[in-house]
Design a protein around this ligand. Structure first.
Ligand SMILES: Nc1ncnc2c1ncn2[C@@H]1O[C@H](COP(=O)(O)OP(=O)(O)OP(=O)(O)O)[C@@H](O)[C@H]1O
Ligand SMILES: [Mg+2]
Length: 593
């Protein structure tokens, strides 16, 4: 059946990670096989003791035998210790390498991928699943081999000692293999379900921690707790299914060999009574059979753990197989400058840009249906439109957070699709609607906007954003702002995000409603400073308020997925009814300013 085979095929994908540590890992496996097979020598020594010194009533011989047994025990323990020492460090590095790859890949996946995937699913893959994989490499993989070899060697020893009794013990093998086979199939499905449910649960926990203010503010603890409880009881159900399957196979794996052992004991004892078998051989035979008990019984656990590891590996590679952003796309018709030749400063041009979200329904209209807009070099263009009209979507296309469905976007005449992403992102700087900050210092947060930025640049950017509150923070620009900057006010966060976007003095600046959370006076001060920055850059500024619009040289109105009007604020107020309507709320202020 595909499940068993595809489990091993899935696990084979771990090879590139295991390859660098293969020598140590194989060394550890060999040591473990030696240790385990050493256990099979005990019965032979016992046989010698029973048939030799015990039968001859020779106490010295018995002591010698005991000494040999003790030495064997110590050697076995040392070998197992050596195995652990051999694998621990390499396997930790395998796990670290896999986790690093996952993280790097997550950073490179397109935004559209993250729109689709719940963060908890990604978190659980980077933590729990990788731990399961490491445990698999350390334990079940080795011991499936070790126990397999031990069982084969033990059975061979049994058959050599007395083939009749040996066959009696071998009899359960056939039904056992059939049972294991069925078990693997059921367990694979249950473990996949369980690991997916862990991911869902992680998502709920993550959302409730991030959204704790909303949950508390609306008194939603109960419903949130109920959602959590439901998911967690589903997970519990799945885990119980797994436990039942495991209990079933363990019962069979324990029972059948025990029954065979009982039968062999009865037959063997009769043969000893008849004189057909030496007592020593029977002792050796039975203790060999007993020594095989743990290897056989553990097969159930080992198969279960391997199955879980296969599921974890599959989940890990599901993320890793998702296509990364193409670092460089070069359509045939793109205007590519020759090396070193500068193009005329043409500003930012949208040329028949159509965009549909990758996961939007087939039959609904595209979010942007054909945008033609030219923002001249050094000009500031305000983008106005009703809420949900696609302003944020349009701005996200410029740094290629999403790829245009059709049409082109040109920066100084160069198609952005033909620019290396790194170059594109040094040319274009953004401030988003959501001023997300990281758990780092103020300066570090601002400097995300400029590779190799200097403290002076940070000071200047903070000045432009009127972020003088930073000076009152306990450690100034070195103050750590908490996770997502939640220790700051909305307007403070917005100003830091603005500082981050202007710190590098970018040629193209895209601001998505950058001043929405500021009071009128701060807004006026920021605007005055921004005007100086914007004088050097070509800028597209999403605006809801007339006061922000007045920053701009011209305004473009986005409506129905198209630019329906372009002109100065005054012109549009005069000529465009929709524009008048959108601005009417604060039109007085707009007129005066
Ligand atoms: N990731 C997404 N996947 C699918 N559809 C999306 C996605 N983000 C936004 N949309 C849809 O695209 C449309 C435009 O959204 P957008 O955020 O661009 O509007 P906006 O003009 O910025 O609105 P606002 O003024 O409220 O910020 C909306 O109808 C929205 O539902
Ligand atoms: Mg928006």
């Amino acid at each position: 059946m595909p499940v068993g085979r595809s489990a091993s095929r899935t696990l084979l994908r771990l090879w590139p990670y295991v390859r660098p540590v293969r020598a140590r890992w194989a060394g550890a496996a060999v040591v473990a096989v030696m240790a385990s097979c050493l256990g099979l020598v005990f019965p032979l020594v016992l046989k010698w003791i029973v048939d030799g010194p015990v039968t001859d009533r020779d106490p010295g011989g018995v002591w010698l035998g005991a000494g040999v047994l003790l030495a064997l025990g110590v050697a076995e323990a040392l070998l197992f210790g050596l195995r652990r020492w051999l694998v621990a460090r390499p396997l930790a590095s395998v796990e670290a390498a896999m986790r690093a790859d996952l993280y790097r890949h997550l950073q490179r996946l397109p935004v559209a991928f993250h729109d689709r995937w719940a963060s908890g699913q990604l978190l659980s893959r980077g933590t729990t699943d990788l731990m399961v994989v490491r445990m698999f490499l350390a334990f079940p993989l080795t011991f499936l081999i070790v126990n397999g070899v031990t069982i084969c060697a033990g059975l061979a020893l049994l058959v050599v000692q007395d083939w009749g009794l040996g066959l009696v013990l071998l009899a359960p093998a056939v039904p056992l293999i059939a049972v294991c086979y069925r078990f693997e199939h059921g367990y694979a499905q249950a473990s996949r379900r369980a690991q997916d449910q862990v991911g869902d649960l992680t998502t709920v926990v993550e959302e409730s921690v991030l959204g704790i203010r909303i949950i508390k503010g609306f008194g939603r603890h109960r419903s949130q707790a109920r959602a959590f409880r439901d998911l967690s009881s589903e997970l519990r159900g799945t885990e119980l299914v797994k436990a039942r399957l495991l209990a079933g196979i363990l019962a069979v794996i324990t029972l059948l060999p025990e029954a065979a052992l009982g039968a062999a004991l009865v037959i063997g004892t009769t043969q000893v009574a008849d004189g057909a078998l030496s007592a020593g051989t029977l002792v050796a035979f039975l203790s060999t059979a007993l020594a095989l008990r743990w290897p056989i019984e553990s097969i159930g656990f080992l198969l279960a753990m391997s199955q879980e590891a296969a599921t974890a590996t599959r989940r890990y590679f599901e993320v890793l197989d998702a296509a990364e952003e193409d670092p460089r796309v070069r359509p045939a018709d793109a205007a590519v400058p020759e090396q070193g030749r500068r193009l005329p400063a043409d500003g930012l041009r949208f040329d028949g840009v159509v965009f549909r979200y990758p996961d939007a329904a087939e039959d609904c209209a595209p979010t942007l249906a054909g945008i033609d807009l030219h923002i001249r070099s050094g000009e500031t263009m305000a983008l106005v439109g009703a809420t949900g009209s696609g302003k944020t979507t349009l701005t996200a296309l410029v740094p290629r957070l999403y790829e245009v469905t059709a049409g082109r976007i040109l920066l100084d005449g160069q198609d952005i699709a033909a620019l290396p992403r790194e170059e594109l992102r040094t040319l274009v700087s953004m401030a988003f609607e959501e001023p997300t900050l990281f758990s780092a210092s103020v300066a570090e947060n601002v400097l995300m906007g400029a590779v190799d930025g200097t403290p002076e640049q940070v000071e200047r950017a903070l000045g432009v954003a009127q972020a003088d509150f930073v000076r009152r923070l306990p450690d100034g620009v070195d103050t750590e702002v908490g996770e997502q900057g939640l220790s700051l006010s909305g307007g403070q966060r917005q100003r830091l995000a603005l500082a981050r976007s202007v710190v590098g003095g970018p040629r193209f600046l895209v601001l998505d409603d950058p001043l929405s959370a500021l009071d009128v006076h701060t807004e006026a001060a920021v605007e005055a400073a921004l005007r100086r920055v914007l004088a050097d850059s070509t800028a597209l500024v999403v605006a809801h308020r007339p006061s922000t619009v007045l920053l701009a040289d011209r305004v473009a109105l986005l409506s129905g997925g198209r630019i329906t009007a372009v002109g100065t604020h005054q012109e549009l107020l005069r000529t465009d009814a929709e524009y008048r309507y959108l601005m009417s709320g604060e039109s007085d202020e707009g007129e005066q300013a």
